[in-house]
Write a protein that binds this ligand. Structure first.
Ligand SMILES: *Cc1c(COP(=O)(O)O)cnc(C)c1O
Length: 423
């Protein structure tokens, strides 16, 4: 598989290089030189998730990642059920993994892929988290040989449950509560990547969300959704994607480009609506990011958007074919109540996708909306809005009883430097 840098097409790398490097020159994103093309879609749809995903990704990867089958078996250890919500609307539940969010798919595949392309060199993943990313990274890399993980988070500024989810693992996962803010944590991470000695001696890697391996993994569950649709519903399929950094929808568009017959997409955002406003007016005008109920989508400069535009260019598609919708918090609360009346408990992110879909869906279309996190992950808000008392899934309930294993540190680069080098 070859990929080029969107900002400088003369920089061409292999999949292995793109996974190891993350970004190209000038912070440019890597984009596949050729989109995998799949035919015999009907035969593909009959396979199970892991076997089908191997065929899909092989079309992109060529002969890279020889152990793709093993990697997928270890990464995709949980299902993505499609749940009927009304006559023509289905929820794709992507939250049945260890950290109860769709990021488990991309995170776990990336961890396995990175290990496979590392040539035995030791790797240290260093990342700062305000909550959710840390959990997905910690669980994805837990127990992988040759890879250490260090996660920094602001002490006292994440919920107890969030802390329990990723600070109780031990083994190759080290967590550090920093006496400061999330920005302090991010500044420390940046210092580490600027320190050449630290960087090379411990094989620093950020495992961040623009890594191409994550997108490849996410292509697979769009096929899985389609495969679960009843046959008489496989016409005029519309998919609504709750979007923050626009990685998830990039993967969906790549699935369509590879041959999955999705008719169109709905981009769904919260009040951080840079893209919906751009599609309406043609003016790219990011505003200051505002905090919302759907905080994983609080992004006003989505870092995967250049990939979306590149794909539309390559495929000769028109951006005007993208539908969109944006909900503020009041509208999100109302939509959660409305969805609950149909018998489905939604959390803010997936519910925004549901409502934007409802606002867009024609009578002869079938809609799928992506549920990116489990309601239990947002239990406080969900219970307050719906008057429910939702149960914690076993994965969360059992972690909640375990002791937190974190180290503690002041936001001081020299302290972190010693910590990283001592190992
Ligand atoms: C990350 C995240 C999103 C946004 O996904 P992008 O790929 O960044 O657009 C949506 N919902 C949840 C729950 C998330 O964690």
């Amino acid at each position: 598989m070859k990929l080029y840098n969107i900002k400088d097409h003369s920089e061409v790398v292999s999949f292995a290089q793109a996974v190891r490097q993350g970004l190209g020159r000038d912070q440019g994103l890597f984009f596949p030189s050729e989109i995998g093309k799949l035919d015999h879609i009907d035969d593909l749809l009959k396979l199970n998730l892991v076997d089908r995903s191997e065929k899909i990704l092989r079309a992109f990867l060529g002969d890279e990642l020889p152990d793709l089958a093993g990697i997928l078996k270890r990464a995709f250890t949980f299902p993505a059920p499609l749940v009927k919500v009304s006559e023509n609307t289905y929820a794709l539940e992507l939250f049945h993994g260890p950290t109860l969010a769709f990021k488990d798919f991309g995170g776990r595949f990336m961890a396995q892929a990175l290990q496979a392309v590392s040539d035995g060199r030791h790797i240290t993943i260093l990342t700062a988290t305000s909550g959710d990313t840390g959990a997905a990274v910690a669980h994805a890399f837990y127990g992988l040989e040759g890879i250490d993980v260090v996660i920094l988070y602001p002490k006292g500024k994440i919920s107890n449950l969030q802390e329990k989810l990723f600070c109780t693992l031990g083994g190759n996962i080290r967590t550090v509560s920093v006496n400061g803010t999330f920005d302090d944590c991010q500044a420390l991470v940046k210092k580490a990547f600027d320190d050449q000695e630290v960087k090379t001696s411990i094989g620093l890697n950020s495992a961040n969300s623009i890594n191409i391996s994550r997108l490849l993994a996410q292509i697979c569950y769009y096929f899985e959704a389609y495969a679960q649709l009843p046959e008489d519903r496989r016409k005029n399929v519309v998919v609504s994607v709750p979007s923050g950094n626009f990685g998830d929808i990039t993967a969906g568009l790549l699935a369509k480009a590879a041959g999955l017959p999705i008719s169109r997409f709905v981009i769904s955002t919260n009040a951080n609506d840079t893209v919906p406003r751009y599609l309406a007016s043609g003016v790219w005008d990011p505003r200051e990011t505002v905090p919302t109920l759907s905080n994983a989508m609080d992004v006003s400069r989505p870092n995967n958007w250049p990939r979306v535009e590149e794909l539309f260019k390559v495929m000769n598609w028109k951006l005007s074919d993208l539908a969109y919708g944006a909900l503020n918090d009041d509208q999100t609360r109302d939509a959660m109540c409305e969805l609950y009346k149909t018998g489905y408990v939604g959390e803010p992110h997936g519910t925004i996708a549901w409502k934007a879909l409802q606002n867009n869906l024609a009578e002869d279309e079938t809609g799928i909306f992506l549920c990116t996190a489990a309601p239990a992950k947002f239990k406080e808000n969900v219970d307050a809005i719906l008057g429910t008392d939702i149960e914690l899934p076993e994965a969360l309930a059992s972690r909640a009883k375990m002791p937190v294993l974190s180290d503690n540190m002041d936001p001081d680069w020299n302290a972190l430097r010693r910590y990283l080098l001592k190992k």
